[in-house]
Design a binder for this molecule. Structure first.
Ligand code: GZL
Length: 329
């Protein structure tokens, strides 16, 4: 429960707002229409700054809020769920119109989202999903179809290795218990599980961090170099893993097939050089879509439970890689 000082502050703020509203006169309009006329205040709880993807996402949401005339309170949780929970409580104390949450993991949100609901503040999930007892604790989800991202990675590998007798795969996964980590793993396995030629010899978490991706790959290479494929859940970890692969004299993209997710400019550049074979797109540029949904919520309108961003995969089989526009992250 929010502590007493913040509740007193909230009540004072509320009283001032009430007096202000009364003084300015509301012409008897219902409160929701006032929200649609005055500047919308959004509390944005971002999980961290762990990758180029995340930094690009933050920049895009901030720029989109500016374009939309929405006032944004942005708090970076630095990869700690407890900081996101504190951020949500401060947004409640400020009586924001809408909360947007990019949840680092799926569990542990029921209590604080109940507080937001009791305060009458709708919550939009952006980027990742959550698991809660009561689905009504959030208004909707905007982000990627991570299962499909994993399937795209698997389909590329089937095409790339259709004549191979045996394919030994190393998986470096993302933050444990996060939606992208869980679903990119499931989608990838959905495509390959029916074929006995594919063996995932090890799967370790690199927490979406470049440094940990490098460390994971170094440790794996100490055990074996009999690896055909690296499936890495994000470009940051892939760039780290490629350093480790090259440090032992192996050629990424040739000796080891490299499949990565996100679509950062750095990964696309390595795809063009032949040091990565497949880049599954996961766009962070969802700010404008988020602001459209925020405005609906602030006006008391319903939004879809799930809104997916449009994505594709870029592979060595594409003949238009040089024509690709700059990625913007
Ligand atoms: C995916 C996002 C993931 C990215 C990583 O939507 O949550 O988190 O794939 C980022 O780069 O760290």
């Amino acid at each position: 429960m929010p502590n007493r000082p913040s509740r007193i502050a909230a009540l004072c703020l509320l009283l001032i707002c009430a007096l202000f509203t009364t003084a300015c006169g509301t012409n008897g309009k219902p409160p929701e229409s006032i929200a649609s006329e005055r500047t919308i205040l959004v509390g944005f709880s971002q999980l961290g700054a762990e990758s180029g993807w995340r930094v690009g996402n933050t920049r895009d949401v901030i720029a989109a809020a500016e374009r939309a005339g929405v006032r944004l309170m942005y708090l970076n949780a630095e990869q700690a769920q407890e900081n996101q929970i504190k951020a949500i409580r401060s947004f409640i104390a400020y009586q924001v119109d809408v909360i947007t949450l990019a949840p680092i993991v799926e569990e542990g949100w029921d209590t604080v989202l109940r507080e937001a609901k009791d305060a009458g503040i709708p919550v939009l999930l952006t980027d990742r999903a959550i698991s809660v007892e009561d689905e009504n604790l959030f208004a909707g989800f905007l982000g990627s179809d991570f299962l499909e991202e994993g399937r795209r990675a698997g389909r590329f590998l089937l095409e790339k290795t259709k004549d191979a007798p045996l394919v030994r795969i190393v998986e470096i996964s993302g933050t444990i218990n996060s939606t992208p980590m869980k679903q990119r793993a499931i989608g990838f396995r959905e495509i390959l599980d029916g074929d006995p030629r594919y063996e995932i010899i090890t799967s370790v978490s690199g927490d979406f961090l470049r440094s940990k991706g490098k460390e994971c790959m170094e440790n794996i290479l100490k055990e074996t170099i009999d690896i055909d494929v690296l499936y890495s859940h994000n470009d940051a970890m892939t760039l780290g893993a490629i350093e480790a692969i090259e440090a032992v004299g192996l050629r990424p993209g040739e000796d080891i097939i490299i499949i990565t997710v996100d679509g950062e400019q750095g990964a696309i550049d390595l795809l063009k050089e032949g040091r990565i074979n497949c880049v599954v797109e996961c766009t962070p540029l969802i700010g404008d879509m988020a602001m459209e949904l925020v405005k609906k919520l602030a006006a008391g309108e319903p939004i879809p439970r799930v809104t997916y961003s449009r994505e594709r995969a870029f592979t060595e089989f594409d003949d238009d890689l040089d024509a690709l526009p700059a990625r913007g992250y």
